[in-house]
Ligand binder design. Structure first.
Ligand SMILES: Cc1cc2nc3c(=O)[nH]c(=O)nc-3n(C[C@H](O)[C@H](O)[C@H](O)COP(=O)(O)O)c2cc1C
Length: 250
C-alpha cells in the first residue's frame, strides 16, 4: 500500500512527531511505501484567498468555489495545492497526525481542507459521499489531547471526541474516503497542564506508541465508520422514513 502521513504540528521533536516516526518505521517494516507530508516543514499556507490565483484584475469578485473549479479545469491550481492533490492520488491510506487544539485540528490542517479539496475537481454535486472522488481509499485521524481520557467520558469536562472529530470525519467521507475509527492518544501533557507525575507520564507515552504501532498492522482490514449513503437519503438529503435508523423519529 502507498501511505501518506499528513503531519500538522509545529515541532517535529514532539510526541506527535514521535507518533509519525513509529508509524513510518512500522509501516515500512511491513513493506508499505510511506511518505511524510509535514505541513509546517513545507510552510503550507492554509488561507484560501484571491491572491492564490491568477485573477483578471484586482477588482474581480472572488468566489472561492467558482475559482477553484475554473483553475482545476484549466490545470492552473496553485503549485502547492497541485502537489498535495498528487500526494492524495498516490496514497491508498492517509493518516492525519495532529494535536487537538481548541477542540479541533490546528488551523494549518483546517486550511489544508479549504484549499486542497477543491470544488469541481475533488468533489461536485454528483461526486460526494459514497460516490466521492477518493472512494476505495482509506483515511484515519491520529490525535493527541492534553486532557486525560476520563475528561472525555460522558458528562466529562473536555467534551465529546465524536463531536470534535465530526468535521474532519464527515469532510473525509464527503470526498469519498472510508474513514477508520480515530486513534486518540489522551492526556499528552505536552508542556502544558500536568495531570500525572513525570515517570508515570513517560511510561504512558511509551504504551501509547506501542498501542499505535500494533494497530497500524491491521488498518487495511479494519471496518470503517458506517456513514449513511445516497441510497439512504430522500430528495432533501434526510434519511428515508423506511431507514432503520428512523425507528425513534418518524
Ligand atoms: C492552541 C492549543 C489549544 C489546545 N486545545 C486543547 C483542547 O481543546 N483539548 C485538549 O485536550 N488539549 C488541548 N491542547 C493541548 C494539546 O492537545 C496537547 O498539548 C498536545 O496534544 C500534546 O501533544 P504534543 O506534545 O505532540 O504537542 C491545546 C494546546 C494548544 C497549544
Amino acid at each position: 500500500m502507498n501511505i501518506l502521513i499528513v503531519l500538522a504540528h509545529p515541532e517535529r521533536d514532539s510526541f506527535n512527531g514521535a507518533l509519525v516516526d513509529v508509524a513510518m518505521a512500522r509501516l515500512q517494516e511491513a513493506g508499505h511505501a510511506v511518505e511524510l507530508d509535514d505541513l509546517y516543514r513545507d510552510n503550507f499556507d492554509p488561507v484560501e484567498r484571491a491572491s492564490n490565483y491568477p485573477m483578471d484584475s484586482a477588482a474581480d469578485h472572488f468566489s472561492p468555489l467558482a475559482v477553484q473549479r475554473e483553475n482545476y479545469k484549466q490545470g492552473s491550481l496553485p503549485a502547492d495545492v497541485q502537489r498535495e492533490i498528487a500526494r492524495l492520488e498516490w496514497a491508498d491510506l492517509v493518516i492525519f497526525q495532529f494535536p487537538l487544539w481548541w477542540h479541533a485540528q490546528p488551523a494549518i490542517l483546517k486550511g489544508w481542507f479549504d484549499r486542497v479539496l477543491v470544488y469541481g475537481g475533488l468533489y461536485s454535486g454528483s461526486m460526494r459521499y459514497d460516490r466521492g472522488y477518493f472512494r476505495g481509499k482509506r483515511a484515519i485521524c491520529s490525535v493527541t489531547t492534553g486532557s486525560p481520557e476520563q475528561a472525555f467520558m460522558p458528562f466529562g469536562r473536555a467534551g465529546n471526541m465524536v463531536e470534535w472529530l465530526w468535521p474532519m470525519h464527515s469532510s473525509l467521507y464527503y470526498v469519498g474516503y472510508e474513514v477508520l475509527a480515530p486513534q486518540v492518544h489522551y492526556g499528552v501533557q505536552g508542556g502544558g497542564i500536568q495531570y500525572q507525575e513525570e515517570a508515570a507520564f513517560r511510561a504512558r507515552l511509551v504504551s501509547m506508541e506501542e498501542a499505535w504501532a500494533s494497530r497500524l498492522a491491521g488498518l487495511a482490514q479494519e471496518s470503517p465508520i458506517p456513514f449513511s449513503t445516497w441510497d439512504d437519503w430522500d430528495e432533501n438529503g434526510v434519511l428515508k422514513h423506511s431507514h432503520p435508523l428512523r425507528w425513534r423519529l418518524s
